[in-house]
Design a protein around this ligand. Structure first.
Ligand code: NAP
Ligand code: ZN
Ligand code: ZN
Length: 350
């Protein structure tokens, strides 16, 4: 076992504070790595604040993790000391079920995926995430960071990147497709970049026009404010696919009406409260309402390689760990351009 410095939440309301946690002994199939960077995902905030229920405090959030391997177990074959690696939202799953066998570990129907934090690991201990100096993970749940990607850019790809890449691929959002990304935050800005790189025509739907210049610079061809009711009139029956990345409740009926015949709204945001879905906008154009959760290990590696090959990286604001609480407030105020990434150097080797 090793002791590591980390930032933990101790309740739903107290600020996160510095603490120490232990990491398990490196097992035969385990990789230990020094965490260099950890992204702040809005899911960290939902979780810490108890919006999804069932939190066991203290909790160390962080599931957008990138760093360098420091130790490997004797049976490890995929990684060696010094390799640049990452970990996303899960660190284990049953490995036996049809989902796991298909590489869709995030949809494990056996025991369910083991979350990077807030779950129970195979050592029987609560899992603790990436706002910390190092981590021990089974090699089969570790990703390789391609040379062309910096570690700080790779970190947010582990969740924000794969969460938008996977539905874009699944719903074939390539050449000739018109897609909309709702909410220009951490997920949203990756959705725009990835959608454009796949050849789709991307429209941003944001609360205001404040980030319009950014949206167009990221590659969107159109940008609308959802606070303007004319937007929904203009865009009626337009999109093949909508990625809804908004962390709060929306009037889904207005957004559904912007889908064309057989179009699909993919819910990615996970607001605390249920949303109302009236039948008419779904029924009238044979529209689909769906959802998607992160992505499996093979697809996450494919996404990392795709980003490296296409020069795609998130836009990040690097912060020190003592800025985490302020960063949370800024994310909640939609004041993130476009992902906070914690430089965890001060948490290593203390
Ligand atoms: P984020 O950086 O905070 O981005 C969310 C964006 O939604 C904001 O930047 C804002 O964009 C818009 N927004 C926020 N509040 C709004 C409101 N009241 N009304 C309308 N728009 C609003 O968050 P994120 O990290 O991208 O995560 C987004 C959501 O996805 C969270 O609920 C998170 O838990 C969830 N998530 C899901 C998965 C998955 O696997 N499905 C993975 C990761 C995260 P504008 O300012 O442009 O309007
Ligand atoms: Zn996330
Ligand atoms: Zn499984």
């Amino acid at each position: 076992m090793s002791t590591v410095t980390a930032y933990a939440a101790t309740s739903a309301t107290d600020p996160l504070a510095k603490t120490t946690i232990t990491r398990r002994e490196v097992g035969p199939h385990d990789v230990q790595f020094d965490i260099h960077f950890a992204g702040i995902c809005h899911s960290d905030i939902h979780t810490v604040r108890g919006e999804w229920g069932g939190v066991r405090y203290p909790l160390v959030p962080g599931h957008e993790i990138a760093g360098v391997v420091t130790e490997i177990g004797p049976a490890v074959t995929k990684y060696k000391v010094g390799d640049r690696v990452g970990v996303g939202c899960f660190v284990d799953s049953c490995r036996e079920c049809s989902s796991c066998k298909a590489g869709l570990q995030q949809y494990c129907i056996g025991s369910g995926m083991v979350g990077t934090y807030g779950s129970v690991g195979k050592d029987g201990q609560p899992t603790q995430g990436g706002y910390s100096g190092s981590i021990v993970v089974d090699e089969n749940y570790v990703l390789r960071v391609p040379d062309a990607l910096s570690l700080e850019a790779a970190a947010p790809l582990m969740c924000a990147g794969i969460t938008t890449y996977s539905p874009l691929r699944h719903w074939n959002a390539g050449q000739g497709k018109r897609i909309a990304v709702v909410g220009l935050g951490g997920l949203g800005h990756m959705g725009v970049k990835l959608g454009v790189a796949m050849g789709a025509e991307v429209t941003v739907l944001s609360q205001s026009l404040k980030k319009m210049e950014d949206g167009l610079r990221l590659g969107a061809s159109e940008y609308y404010a959802t606070s303007d009711p004319a937007t929904f009139k203009t865009l009626r029956n337009s999109f093949d696919v909508i990625l809804n990345t908004v962390s709060a409740n929306l009037d889904l009926s207005a957004y559904l009406s912007t889908l064309t015949v057989d179009g699909t709204l993919v819910e990615l945001g996970m607001p605390e409260q249920p949303m109302v879905v009236p039948a008419p906008p779904l029924v009238s154009m044979r529209r689909h309402l769906s959802g998607s959760m992160i992505g499996g290990i093979p697809e996450t590696q494919e996404m990392l390689d795709f980003c490296a090959d296409n020069g795609i990286a998130p836009e990040i604001e690097l912060i020190a760990p003592d800025y985490i609480n302020e960063a949370y407030e800024r994310v909640l105020a939609s004041d993130v351009r476009y992902r906070f990434v914690i430089d965890t150097e001060s948490l290593r080797g203390e």
